[in-house]
Structure formats: C-alpha cells, structure tokens
Design a binder for this molecule. Structure first.
Ligand SMILES: *[C@@H]1O[C@H](CO)[C@@H](O)[C@H](O)[C@H]1NC(C)=O
Ligand SMILES: *[C@@H]1O[C@H](CO)[C@@H](O)[C@H](O)[C@H]1NC(C)=O
Ligand SMILES: *[C@@H]1O[C@H](CO)[C@@H](O)[C@H](O)[C@H]1NC(C)=O
Ligand SMILES: *[C@@H]1O[C@H](CO)[C@@H](O)[C@H](O)[C@H]1NC(C)=O
Ligand SMILES: *[C@@H]1O[C@H](CO)[C@@H](O)[C@H](O)[C@H]1NC(C)=O
Ligand SMILES: [Ca+2]
Length: 622
C-alpha cells in the first residue's frame, strides 16, 4: 500500500510536477547548456534507517521471564516472554523487521502487574535527519491497541518535542479534548493537532490492529481523494505557512499511556493480560533536501542528501563554500510544473549562473577561490566587467560526460517541455577594459578586493584615490563591506567574513518607531511597547495592533456592578448598566431605557456573549 503510493507517484507523468530531476542538458538556439529545476528524493520506507529507544528501562518484557495472557483467552496463560531465549524474546528491533507471512514478530512490554500505577512506555524513533512524511504512519499492535496514547514529534533531533496527535477511546476524559476526525478538517485546519477516537476502541485484538497518523487524508484536503491534484498540494505547501513543517520530523515518539482493556474495566485479578505489543511501525517519507537534491543516501549511519545546485549540508541547507555570492534559499515547487531551483551562485557571478574568470587566468572549471580574492589590494590588477554576448561556454569538464546517462535521456523531453530558453549568462569570459578616465568612480573593476567575501568587485575612485567594494552582499555596506546596512545589526558570534554577519533588526512594524536597532538588536519602541523588537506591551497596556492603555483590569480599573473585563479592552456590562466601567445605571442615565428597552438589551448582550464564546472556542482550537 505504501509502496504502491511511491510507485504510483513515480509513474505519474512528469507534467504532474514530480520534481525528480535536478537538471537536464538542453539544446537551445544558443547552443547546449544545463537547465536546473527544483527536485526532491523519492519516498522511502523510513523504518529501515531509524534508531529506536524504548523507555523506561526495564519496560521490555522477559527480564525476568514472565507469563502473559490474552483478552480473548484470559485464563489460558501459556505464553511466556523470556529475554534470554531468542525464540521467546521480544526486543524493540522486532518493530522494524519485515514480517514473514503470517507470523508477526513484535516488541512487547512487561504486564500491568503494578496496577493501579499506570503502565507507561515511550518508543522514540530518531533519524538524525529531517524527513518529510509522504504517507500515513501506521503502527500495528498485536493483542489490542492502547486505550490512551499520544504521538509526539521533534524537528530538532529531539531537543524539543511537540504533540502530533492524541489517541483515546474517550478524548474528553483522557485529554479534555473533543474527538475529531482528520477527514473533517478543512484547508485552513489541515495542520491541526487533534484527538481521535478512531484507533483506540476495542474491536477484538485480531480485527483492528493499526493506529494511524493520517498523512494522506490531510494531503487529500488539497489534492483530492485520490491525490490526483498534486499540483494543488505543492502550491499549498509552498504558500501556506507552517504546512510543510507540519509534515516534517526528525524524531517521532509514541507515548503509550494505557494498554488495551478488552472492552471492559481493568480486572485486578488477572493483570497478565494487560501489556503493549507492537509488531510494526511503518513510516513513509522522503529526506528533506530543500528541493536541492533528488537522491538521499545512507552514509556513516545517517541519511544524507546528495546536494545539487551548488548547495551542501545534510539537508542542502547552505551554499557551498565558493557559491555564497547571495544568501541561500530553498528551492520552490513553484512555478509549476518544474519549480525554481534557487541555486547558489558562484562568487563572482553577477546573475548567479555563470562563473566569472579574469582573462589573465587560464579557464578552469573551478571557480576562483575566495581566499585569493581576499588578498590585499596593494597592486590592484585591473580586470574588466563582463562583456555580454560572447560565445556560449563549454560545459564544465566534470559533467561533460553526463548527457549520455539519465540527464541525456531527459534532455530531449525537457527541451520540448521548456521550449527555448534565453541564454541569460553565457559570458563566462572576461575582457580587459581600457583604463578609462572618468573623473568619478570609473567602471574599472579590480580582482583583488578586500571585501570580507561579501563582494568581489571593487572600484577605484580616482579623486579620492581609494579602492572601495561595490555591491556588498549579505546586507553589508562600507568600503570593505565591513558594516551592516541600516535595519541590520552585527552578529556578535559571526566573523566579519561570515555570510550571517548582519542580522535583520526585525522591529515590530507597529510597536517600533522605525526599523533600525542598536548594536545588540534592540529597536526603539513607541509609547507603551517594550521588548527587544517592541512586540510586547508594558504592564497596564494591552496589545491590539499596538499597545494601548488598559481600559479595565483586576486591580485598579475594576469593572463595576458585576461587569467583566474582556482582555483589558472593555467591560462587558450586565443588563441595566453602561459606561466604560459599567458604573452607570441605564435607568439613571436615561429614563426611557428603564422599562420597555430592557428586553432588547438582554437580547443584544446574549448575542455579544455568544460571539465572544465562538471566538474563544476558535482560539482554544488553535
Ligand atoms: C516519555 O517522554 C516524555 C516526554 O515526551 C516524558 O515526560 C516522560 O517522562 C517519558 N515517559 C517515560 C515512561 O519515560
Ligand atoms: C548525525 O548526522 C550528522 C551529519 O551527518 C553526523 O555528523 C552526526 O555524527 C550524526 N549524529 C549521530 C548521533 O548519529
Ligand atoms: C554549480 O557550479 C558548477 C561549477 O562548479 C557550475 O558548472 C554549475 O552550473 C553550477 N550549478 C548551478 C545550479 O548553478
Ligand atoms: C550568527 O552567526 C552564526 C555563525 O555563522 C550563525 O550560526 C548564527 O545563525 C547567526 N545568528 C543569526 C541570528 O543569524
Ligand atoms: C541597546 O538597547 C538596549 C535597550 O535600550 C540596551 O539595554 C543596550 O545596552 C543597548 N546596547 C548598546 C550596545 O547600546
Ligand atoms: Ca515485526
């Protein structure tokens, strides 16, 4: 079933936007060249690459050997768990093996002999790699599913954990949450964490064995019931904030909180029939490579993206050393069907696709080293700006043979698909400009710039007799790109040549006076606002698109006559009272309000209250 999906996806026509090609060799009017696309690895059976940990110590059965019974046959307790006997042991690894036909192998916990102390177990799966789920997580329980459990996930290799889904036979009782079904979610709530009762009820231990985390049903909200409209899903993943992250994990944890009870209450006289037994945990997903790789390999005990687009890192999360001429970006699923590669650009390339070499050096397929570019300016060699429309470049040596293989096969169709492309950056060759004689800032460009790696172009300003960097990148500025642009501040833990050297101030637009900050990142706040970014309010102020002084509170500005203070913004007055603090009786203020109008008043406040109730419920759901 899981495999089916992977196969199915793989067979879909390329026009569906499969993102399985990172580049192809295309021939255009201007000659052959590489074209780059957003790409991602195929989905895999992630249980093959996982490390598992079961807590607490001693939760696995068999040490000492123990008898257990089943719900179906509670007084025939012939089964035994013995850790020292391979035939009778139930170690955690049996949750990840492949089952021989008909014979389930499973991890099993000790029995609930310590009842009423709860029987708790954590099963933690770690990949040491970000994974994007592409199909349901399916956990198979032999001898009955837990009546209460919870799934948690981590996105940072287990440093922080977040609830992913709650499971109980009674959600209200177990978690004080209403029961919901993923099928009932909508486009705006597709990433909601919910409690479901679908996988916890007793239906006989043989009949219903699986507990799911429904990825497909959530995808179907966008892609339709058979996941036919994947384009729509990919568009949503790109545009809806947090949706992509919702399906991304580095670790998963099953917290087993109460075992199967056989459809009845706990029977103290036979506690040997209560335990957990998990025979399989299926996790289908792909390596997260930020759309910069279509291969992911298992190396030195960890999954690792085979990065393209001149990116590097476990998730292709940064630019390669000499390709940091602009900051890193993830590839994008958009525009359909091939997406945008958002490739890293070689240092020295103006538009990010060509490599600029000084004419004096022999052509090499390697870009010039950053180090060399940063050597002192003592005797600036004059080099020129690129001249457009020379001959198209030779493909770099290291990939010249490639067109024969996969890329070659694709070249034909890709060429058709994309039609002709304009050769935007064919000028990999530089010419020498004559040392011209403009009075100010002539266009002469020097190879040896001292710009801390944030630019490799500088200009000689004649009348000042200085060489200054031009087009400083990474939000730097200054003669040597040694300062931060306005609206940015210096990252104290980064060296001057680090591309993260300048951090955006990120002042809250409403709470701050302007978007500049001091050297430690503090913004200047408007009255009532506080916090480094001015996104918080001082005491006695409340936030509502800015900080406003409290209208009411629990101390000095008390609502009177039984009124209640709503978020420090206003008093909700009982019928018959008005005024900012409900201090005024309607009868005193206006005789007309006293008798005839009181019933309408009551109706209006009911409406106000129910609107409030709805809002509050909405927030509680978030
Ligand atoms: C399971 O993990 C949670 C944290 O997610 C922890 O609070 C709890 O103590 C663990 N339970 C056991 C039995 O180890
Ligand atoms: C996790 O992966 C990184 C990068 O591949 C590797 O350096 C590190 O040793 C791995 N950690 C563990 C605990 O396997
Ligand atoms: C990456 O760098 C190589 C040179 O090392 C270049 O040939 C290739 O076009 C670059 N790829 C992208 C996507 O820019
Ligand atoms: C500061 O620089 C360090 C080192 O490059 C980097 O790891 C960190 O993310 C930067 N901080 C910010 C807020 O960008
Ligand atoms: C920046 O502003 C904050 C708050 O006003 C202050 O505490 C801090 O000392 C300032 N830092 C510098 C370097 O001026
Ligand atoms: Ca198994």
């Amino acid at each position: 079933m899981l495999y089916l999906l992977a196969l199915l996806l793989h067979r879909l026509p390329l026009a569906m936007g499969q993102y399985d090609i990172c580049k192809s060799w295309v021939t255009t009017d201007d000659g052959p060249s590489w074209e780059f696309y957003a790409c991602q690895p195929r989905a895999m059976r992630m249980k093959d690459y996982v490390t598992v940990r079961v807590d607490p110590a001693g939760i696995t059965c068999g040490d000492p050997p123990e008898r257990f019974c089943t719900h179906e046959n509670p007084y025939l307790c012939s089964d035994e768990c013995d850790a020292s006997n391979p035939d009778l042991a139930h170690p955690p690894k049996l949750m990840f093996d492949s089952e021989d036909e008909g014979l389930a192998t499973y991890w099993q916990s000790v029995t609930w002999r310590r009842y009423p102390e709860p029987l708790l177990a954590n099963i933690t799966l770690s990949w040491n790699k970000s994974i994007e789920l592409t199909d349901d997580i399916v956990i198979t329980f032999e001898y009955g599913r837990p009546t209460i459990m919870m799934l948690e996930k981590s996105l940072d290799n287990g440093r922080t954990w977040h609830p992913y889904q709650y499971y109980a036979d009674d959600c209200m009782e177990a978690f004080s949450m209403p029961a919901r079904r993923v099928r009932d979610l909508s486009t705006t709530s597709a990433n909601r964490v919910l409690c479901t009762e679908e996988y916890s009820r007793w239906a006989g231990s043989k009949k219903e064995k699986t507990v799911r985390f429904e990825v497909r049903d959530r995808f179907a909200i966008f892609a339709g019931p058979d996941l036919k409209n994947m384009d729509n899903l990919y568009t949503r993943l790109e545009s809806a904030k947090g949706l992509k992250d919702f399906f991304t994990v580095t670790d998963l944890r099953m917290r087993l909180l109460r075992p199967a009870l056989g459809g009845t209450y706990v029977q103290r006289e036979n506690l040997y029939k209560y335990f957990y037994a998990v025979s399989n945990i299926e996790v289908t997903g792909r390596c997260k490579c930020n759309l910069h790789a279509n291969l992911c390999t298992f190396k030195e005990g960890s999954l690792q993206c085979e990065c393209e687009h001149n990116t590097t890192g476990q998730d292709c999360g940064k630019c390669k050393k000499n390709f940091r001429s602009r900051s890193w970006r993830a590839g994008s699923y958009l525009p359909l069907p091939n997406g945008s590669p958002n490739a890293c650009a070689a240092v020295g390339s103006a538009v990010g696709t060509s490599i600029i070499r000084p004419a004096s050096e022999p052509a090499a397929s390697e870009p010039v080293k950053e180090k060399e570019e940063r050597t002192a300016v003592q005797s600036p060699t004059k080099v020129a700006a690129p001249e457009p429309k020379l001959k198209p470049p030779d493909p770099p040596k290291n990939i010249r043979a490639a067109p024969k293989n996969k890329a070659g096969r694709i070249a034909h169709s890709a060429g058709k698909r994309h039609g002709k492309k304009t050769a935007s950056s064919k000028n990999s060759k530089l010419i020498r400009l004559r040392p011209d004689t403009g009075p100010v800032a002539p266009i002469e460009t020097y190879k040896d710039c001292e710009c801390y790696g944030h630019s490799n172009r500088c200009s000689y300003i004649d009348f000042l007799n200085v060489v200054t960097c031009v087009s400083c990148k990474h939000n730097t500025r200054g003669q040597h790109c040694q300062h931060c642009r306005l609206g940015f501040y210096r990252n104290s833990s980064a060296e001057l040549d680090d591309e993260n050297v300048c951090i955006e101030c990120n002042c809250n637009q409403i709470g701050s006076l302007h978007d500049r900050c001091n050297e430690t990142g503090y913004c200047e706040c408007k009255e009532g606002a506080t916090g480094p970014k001015c996104d918080d309010c001082l005491p006695n102020y409340y936030w509502r698109q800015g900080c406003f002084p409290n209208v009411c509170d629990d101390e000095l500005l008390l609502c009177q006559n039984g009124g209640t203070c709503y978020q420090n913004q206003r008093c909700i007055c009982p019928v018959g009272f008005k005024g900012v603090l409900c201090q005024q009786s309607r009868c005193e203020a206006d005789k007309k309000d006293c008798d005839g109008a009181s019933s309408t008043q009551a109706a209006i406040s009911t409406i106000v209250l129910s609107v409030l109730g709805l809002q509050l419920r909405g927030w509680a759901d978030l």
